[in-house]
Design a protein around this ligand. Structure first.
Ligand code: ADP
Length: 276
């Protein structure tokens, strides 16, 4: 699938049969208090894919994403990230970035100070990390606010800083938990376009959690629909829309058809839960 690259050179997305970055096989998660959050989850994410997870609130999407990031143990099944356990991948590869709904910026640090923080924690020397952070900030259109503090920025700008922080670390895998959920619709759509542009530039593989079906269809190569808790994958919907995804694609009949399909699957997931 062709994607836009700087300079207009068309690039080819890796084939769907490319290397598996994430392999999840019959994974379950039961919390210490007995809550069964996830049951029998199996899927792979391949290099260059953009996979969205959608499902009713409380179905375990964040739990799943955090486990992929190595931030919590699975309780059954197997999960591999770049061939390692998620925790080992986090420690040894260190090429996964996590973006949350809240931009999670340090209020006492400038924009530059926030973006260079992960590089600082890795021990990168100042000149190199400043250059890498400045490059990331200019890629998200914030090259001129490096010395500002988070409180001086709009919600959309703060989220751009959060994206720049992820970008600066040059990750291979980007995990995003409703990163644009708190933004107004226009800002969300603008940042959706920005995110796709950055994905093509940086060749990220993404797993994205959202409640917004339009957003999932616009961004993804594949959507996994989850049932109500305990979360399971009840359907997988391919999104064969062409890249680059121009904003007008949202009015394309194929876009509308996929949105309807996902909405209908979500409706059946919720109905099944209410009949329990
Ligand atoms: P989602 O992201 O889909 O809204 P979550 O992954 O946040 O769902 O939560 C899934 C379920 O697990 C919910 O019922 C939630 O209350 C429960 N849960 C989440 N974190 C914990 C925890 N640390 N301890 C116990 N239960 C939890």
């Amino acid at each position: 699938m062709a994607v836009a690259r700087p300079g207009g050179t068309p690039a080819v997305k890796p084939s769907p049969l490319g290397e598996s970055l994430i392999s999840i096989d019959r994974v379950g998660k039961t919390y210490a208090n007995g809550t069964i959050a996830l049951e029998d989850i199996s899927f792979d994410v391949r290099d260059g894919e953009f996979v969205s997870l959608v499902g009713p609130s409380g179905c375990g999407k964040s739990t799943l994403l955090r486990m992929v990031a190595g931030l919590g143990p699975i309780t059954s099944g197997t999960m591999l990230v770049e061939g390692l356990s998620p925790k080992a991948a986090r420690q040894e590869k260190a090429d996964t970035a996590f973006v949350f709904q809240d931009a999670n910026l340090m209020p006492w640090r400038t924009v530059m100070g926030n973006v260079e923080l992960p590089l600082e924690l890795r021990g990168m020397e100042k000149i190199a990390r400043r250059a890498q952070a400045a490059e990331a900030l200019s890629m998200v259109g914030l090259g001129d606010v490096q010395k500002s503090y988070p409180r001086e920025l709009s919600g959309g700008m703060r989220m751009r800083v959060s994206l720049a922080r992820a970008l600066a670390a040059h990750p291979r895998l980007l995990l995003m938990d409703e990163p644009f959920g708190a933004l107004d619709e226009i800002t969300r759509q603008r940042l959706n376009g920005e995110l796709l542009r950055l994905c093509a530039l940086a060749n990220w593989t993404c797993v994205f959690v959202t409640h917004n079906v339009f957003e999932a269809v616009y961004l993804s190569t594949r959507i996994l629909v989850m049932s109500a808790r305990p979360g399971r994958i009840i359907a997988e919907v391919a999104v064969p829309l062409p890249h680059p995804r121009v904003p007008e694609i949202r009015t394309d009949p194929e876009f509308t058809r996929i949105v309807r399909e996902v909405v209908s699957l979500l409706g059946s997931a919720t109905d099944a839960h209410e009949e329990d």
